[in-house]
Design a protein around this ligand. Structure first.
Ligand SMILES: [Zn+2]
Length: 184
């Protein structure tokens, strides 16, 4: 009998609006090796206008998540939206990303990671590294990983860009112990 592995589903990367396709392609191929899963890229999606908050000048990420859910073509798909705009939720000034483990949708913003703290750093390398970490973090929630207190763990919640640069791309041992499905 064929066993069904939860990880054998698919990630769909959805650039929302104008996003550098080289970055998106590079991200998609790294996600394939990191999660050992197929990754598609869905082109042509637009940022939902109704997610924009005029007063804040930011997009409400939870609204974007619900739009991503509509774009799913099968329940096994895990959607990862990538936006260039600044994201918020009502309780925070800004967020790097958000995930909905029930709807299996996630979104990350390049806004902060593109614009902060490049002094003495290789801009392209740092931008990709930050994008990858925040993508893995939000997708991790879709596999049941919780936020983690270990500053080196990818599931650590960054308060600022320095926190993002300090952490790695891997799940720490504590996180891996808690999410047994990961080791199937
Ligand atoms: Zn951890």
């Amino acid at each position: 009998m064929e066993r069904r592995y939860p990880l054998r589903n698919k990630i769909v990367v959805v650039p929302l609006g104008e996003i550098d396709y080289i970055l998106i392609n590079r991200l998609a191929s790294r996600l394939v090796s990191h999660f050992n899963i197929g990754v598609d890229i869905l082109q042509g999606a637009k940022l939902p206008r109704e997610a924009y908050n005029d007063q804040r000048g930011q997009y409400y990420s939870t609204v974007i998540l619900s739009k991503l859910e509509i774009l799913k073509s099968s329940p096994g798909e895990k959607m990862l939206g990538v936006v260039d705009e600044d994201l918020y939720i009502p309780t925070r000034n800004f967020i790097f990303g958000e995930a909905d483990p029930v709807g299996k949708t996630a979104v990350i913003s390049l806004f902060r990671i593109k614009r902060e703290n490049y002094e003495m750093l290789d801009e392209e390398k740092v931008l990709f590294s930050r994008t990858l970490k925040e993508s893995i973090h939000q997708l991790g929630h879709l596999w049941g990983f919780a936020n983690c207190r270990n500053p080196k763990c990818v599931m650590y919640v960054p308060e600022n860009i320095t926190d993002v640069d300090r952490k790695g791309t891997k799940f720490c041992d504590n996180c891996l112990r808690r999410v047994r499905v990961w080791k199937l």
